[in-house]
Ligand binder design. Structure first.
Ligand SMILES: *Cc1c(COP(=O)(O)O)cnc(C)c1O
Length: 457
């Protein structure tokens, strides 16, 4: 039986609790109910189509329902959907691990699987902590803290929230969290008083060095989103910041964990963000784009040195006691492997660079709008900060929900985008064509302009 929109709407509101959603407002609005997807488009149950300008939460790479990805899943499902990695191995997880190490192309040689970005982060933190305990529990007994950036976001489980720095999401849970040390991040648009980009980076790195001088013996590692802090509102770090972090981690003997969950797999114009600053972390977290947006999968990659610290006789208890039921699932791993092969075969990364460059010009015209304060872009990751006053950079009162109204205008015009606080984020399907990208920017312009005319600037 096929359900009609009204029935589905009623059932959705009756039974489903949506993530990161104030359900009181949600039930007052018409929900978007997606039925299918093809290429850069999502289709709702009534057949209306929308450009996927948030890549279905930053995950979609080649477009929806890609024939080659579909085929590999059909083939795998005929063989087996799942068997466990606890005490046995499986073919797709072996081949994918090899591929991940090869495409990282650096010092990382071991792959630990999980199924969400947050889990990949939990694993990185536990691995980093236990690494120090395994190599010298006396000397490193105090190394139980992590450093992370202001406005950091690393996922929503308790460990990942512990290293998070977004007050709005994380404040309420503070009593449940382990200790974190916060250092400033270079949010250039809102740090005028610190000078130009270079001076802002220097300021942040100086603060980090002061922190490390004082606390390095208590710190297991530093976790950072390389190049772009996504959930914080697409805060793009100036050149040199990531490299500076790496140097300081080396100098003070703490581990560097790079959370590439959002920025990995071509999003910023290189396969991995770390490449752009020639940085070699000790641990890397991957998720979101890894399966091309098909299935949940994540991976934590690390070095031979860290891996070796967990080797010993069984009774020594150096084992990494961590694992999830679906670790290394065959369907997820097989589609991830194919996704990576297609990224290579279709030259997607250089294509992202070219499209990002063309898009940068088109985005400039948004500055004509009186409420567009800042446009930030790295590859195909775009944030447009909405302000009430361009001079003072004051944002609108949160109760006005202006950013939410803008995305509803965009939806009417056939584009799905999402706000993060005062920032409109545009994170398109990576394979979105030039024409589709142009259409999307035109819709964003018109949707913001509509707000301007309602507010009569
Ligand atoms: C989305 C995200 C996560 C969390 O990933 P989930 O799959 O939602 O658990 C972690 N880190 C970063 C940088 C992210 O953008």
């Amino acid at each position: 039986m096929k359900y009609r929109y009204e029935q589905l709407e009623q059932l959705d509101k009756q039974y489903v609790w949506h993530p990161f959603t104030q359900m009181k407002s949600y039930i007052e609005e018409k929900p978007l109910i997606i039925e299918k997807g093809k290429g850069s488009y999502l289709y709702d149950v009534e057949g209306k189509k929308y450009l996927d300008g948030y890549a279905s939460l930053w995950v979609n790479v080649h477009g929806h329902s890609d024939p080659e990805l579909n085929e590999v899943l059909h083939e795998q499902i005929e063989k087996i959907s799942h068997s466990t990695l606890l005490g046995s191995a499986n073919v797709p997880s072996i081949l994918l691990a090899k591929k991940l190490v090869e495409i990282w192309g650096g010092n990382l040689s071991k792959v630990f699987y999980s199924d969400t970005g947050a889990a990949a982060v939990e694993i990185a933190l536990k691995m980093a902590y236990q690494y120090w305990q395994n190599i010298d529990p006396v000397r490193y007994k105090d190394k139980n803290k992590f450093i992370s950036l202001k406005e950091a976001y690393h996922g929503d489980t308790i460990g990942a929230v512990s290293v998070g720095g977004m007050d709005l999401f994380h404040r309420i849970f503070r009593p449940l969290l382990f200790e974190r040390i916060e250092v400033p991040s270079p949010y250039v648009y809102r740090m005028d008083e610190y000078g130009d980009e270079k001076e802002i980076v220097n300021y942040c790195l100086t603060k980090l060095e002061e922190t490390l001088e004082q606390h390095h013996s208590e710190v297991a590692g530093m976790i950072v989103e390389p190049l772009v802090q996504g959930a914080a509102g697409i805060i793009v770090h100036p050149k040199g910041f990531l490299k500076g972090i790496e140097k300081l981690c080396r100098k003070y003997n703490i581990l560097l964990i790079c959370d590439e969950v959002a920025v990995g797999f071509g999003r910023t114009g290189t396969l991995f963000a770390c490449e752009q600053e020639d940085v070699q972390p000790d641990i890397v977290c991957l998720a979101k784009g890894i399966t091309g947006g098909y299935l949940p999968l994540a991976a934590t990659l690390t070095t031979e040195e860290i891996y070796s610290a967990f080797l010993g006789d069984v009774h020594e208890n150096k084992t990494f006691f961590h694992g999830h039921t679906y670790t290394g699932n065959q369907l997820s791993c097989s589609v991830a492997l194919k996704n990576i092969e297609l990224i290579e075969k279709r030259n997607l990364v250089s294509d992202v660079q070219r499209k990002a460059h063309a898009l940068a010009d088109k985005l400039q015209k948004l500055y004509e709008l009186p409420i567009v304060g800042d446009i930030r872009q790295k590859g195909l990751m775009i944030g447009i900060e909405i302000v009430k006053d361009k001079k003072t950079k004051e944002i609108f009162d949160r109760s006005e929900q202006i950013e939410h109204k803008i995305i509803l205008e965009a939806r009417k015009r056939g584009l799905i985008i999402r706000p993060l606080g005062p920032v409109i984020t545009f994170i398109p399907v990576l394979a979105m064509t030039d024409d589709e990208l142009k259409t999307a920017v035109d819709i964003i312009f018109d949707s913001i302009a509509e707000m301007v005319s309602i507010k009569q600037f």
